[in-house]
Structure formats: structure tokens, C-alpha cells
Design a protein around this ligand. Structure first.
Ligand SMILES: [Zn+2]
Length: 160
């Protein structure tokens, strides 16, 4: 089964970032009209996640989310799409959806003051976004993302 590529509507920007942390190709339809979203979903073969009932009706393959909080949205998405991955992957830039590439060393033009010592020394793998150049590594931020994902996943209602 091929992995879904998502198109997330304007009201779900935070969800888009988390789906990218999970390694999903996720575009964020910021400022797009419903017509533009429908067109792009079909053109690019993307599955739409939306809080807009009217838009969801136009796209039978879309998933309508009703919760306003990110934890609730992850729960709803997990219920509608049970094979949703739960582990963080270094594959997509959370800022722009560019693909991440592992680097053999920190690039010379990187802002070294923002990087922890174990990244600078080469002790921790570092990845760069192919589009915006943002750097990623395993650290405090990924641990806190992982903790939140686990908490939301566990708070799913128990099945009968
Ligand atoms: Zn990027």
C-alpha cells in the first residue's frame, strides 16, 4: 500500500507540521480557495485533511476533522486512518515540506552558535532541508515531539 501524501487546509497548520515530523509528504494549503484545494488534491494525488465540511463533501477521499486542538486532531486522524505512523522520521522539513538529506558534517555556513556540541563534533547525525536549508538533529525538540505523539496516541478511546 502506497503512503498517502497529504494536503492540509489552512485551519490545520500545526497538524501539517506534525505530519512532516512523522515523515509524511504534507503540503499546507495556506490562503488557498476551496476550488484551488480541490484542483491541487486531484492534480497531485493528495488526500485532503480539513475542518471545512463543505470542502470534505467535495472530496470523498478527504478526512474531516472537527477538533480544534492538535492532540484531538491527531486522535481523529488516527481513528480515520489507523495505519498512521507514530514515530518521528528525519525525512521532511517541518517548516516547508522539503525532503531532508543526511549530512556528513555541519555545513560551513551554518549558524554554529545555535547548534549543540554533539552535533558540531559529528557525534549526532544532522540532516538538512533540500529546499530551505534548515538543519535537523536528534535532540530536545525531537524528544518533546515524540513525547507528545505518544501521549496523544495513548489517549485514544479503548476499543470494545
Ligand atoms: Zn525546509
Amino acid at each position: 500500500m502506497s503512503e498517502p501524501r497529504w494536503l492540509v487546509d489552512e485551519m490545520l497548520g500545526r497538524l501539517a507540521r506534525y505530519l512532516r515530523f512523522l515523515g509524511y509528504d504534507t503540503e499546507y494549503a495556506h490562503g488557498a480557495t476551496d476550488d484551488a484545494i480541490v484542483f491541487r488534491a486531484k492534480e497531485e494525488g493528495r488526500r485532503v485533511l480539513t475542518r471545512d465540511r463543505g470542502l470534505a463533501v467535495r472530496l470523498p477521499d478527504s478526512i474531516l476533522l472537527t477538533r480544534t486542538d492538535i492532540g484531538g486532531q491527531m486522535e481523529e486522524l488516527g481513528a480515520a486512518f489507523p495505519t498512521l505512523r507514530q514515530e518521528v522520521r528525519f525525512e521532511r522539513c517541518s517548516l516547508c515540506n522539503g525532503s531532508l538529506t543526511p549530512l556528513s558534517a555541519v555545513p560551513p555556513n551554518a549558524d554554529r552558535e545555535t547548534l549543540p556540541a554533539d552535533v558540531l563534533s559529528g557525534g549526532t547525525a544532522v540532516y538538512a532541508c533540500s529546499l530551505c536549508g534548515h538543519l535537523y538533529w536528534e535532540g530536545y525538540h525531537t524528544r518533546s515531539v515524540r513525547t507528545r505523539l505518544t501521549r496523544w496516541h495513548r489517549s485514544e478511546p479503548a476499543s470494545l
